[in-house]
Design a protein around this ligand. Structure first.
Ligand SMILES: CC(C)(COP(=O)(O)OP(=O)(O)OC[C@H]1O[C@@H](n2cnc3c(N)ncnc32)[C@H](O)[C@@H]1OP(=O)(O)O)[C@@H](O)C(=O)NCCC(=O)NCCS
Length: 184
């Protein structure tokens, strides 16, 4: 076994343990959803279709895994006919800050179908999810967004997310993205 194999195995196990701990911490999650729903298994094909439309792809397996682990923080919104208009998926993790344990959410993926963009669907997904995460005593929400993605940056600014820094290659090779955070 070479060093890079061991390192990637360690990273994978570490990521899985963090994900499972985050998932377990939601065992008493209180539901405040009104216009949104928790993503069901049956919603996944539509979510993945939207994901592939807007992002480079490659994380479909993670989205499926997170549907199992973070169903309650995987928000979907549909029209009256039951067609998928958009989704916002948060993962939940812990970190240490000033000797305190912080429970935080990270926006893993967020998209609204272009047929419905600009009509407040993204804002509804954010406002319901932020309210619910706050009511469930999470400490903060973090996200990474391409600095050139004006509609998304505009929306996050509207919801009082603050820019914490800029990072390279996180939102795609050669791209710069903002690290943003909202304290709840
Ligand atoms: C970002 C996204 C989810 C927003 O969804 P949405 O339903 O269109 O959002 P809303 O209609 O609630 O609000 C959009 C806001 O962006 C504004 N906006 C739209 N295009 C814009 C642009 N080019 N520059 C600046 N602001 C813009 C709208 O005016 C609106 O703001 P307002 O309410 O102050 O007028 C959607 O554009 C999307 O799916 N994009 C592709 C995937 C993506 O980039 N996801 C985010 C990854 S971090």
């Amino acid at each position: 076994m070479n060093k890079s194999f061991l390192l990637s195995l360690f990273n994978r196990v570490h990521r899985d343990v963090r994900d499972y701990m985050g998932s377990l911490s939601l065992y008493r999650f209180n539901n405040f959803k009104i216009k949104t729903n928790a993503c069901d298994l049956a919603d996944l094909p539509d979510v993945i279709r939207l994901y592939q439309k807007y992002f480079d792809g490659g994380h479909e397996a993670s989205i499926e895994k997170y549907q199992r682990l973070f169903k309650n923080t995987f928000y979907v919104i549909k029209n009256r006919e039951g067609e998928m208009m958009g989704y916002c998926l948060y993962t939940i993790h812990f970190s240490f800050q000033n000797r305190n344990i912080i429970q935080y959410a990270t926006i893993y993926s967020f998209a609204v179908d272009d047929m419905y963009q600009g009509s407040g669907i993204g804002a509804t997904l954010l406002s319901e999810s932020i309210t619910e995460l706050r009511e469930n005593n999470l400490n903060s929400i973090r996200l990474f967004v391409d600095i050139l993605n004006s509609p998304a940056v505009h929306l996050y600014n509207k919801f009082n997310f603050n820019i914490q820094g800029i990072i390279d290659n996180r939102c795609g090779q050669g791209k710069k993205c903002y690290i943003m955070e909202l304290l709840l």
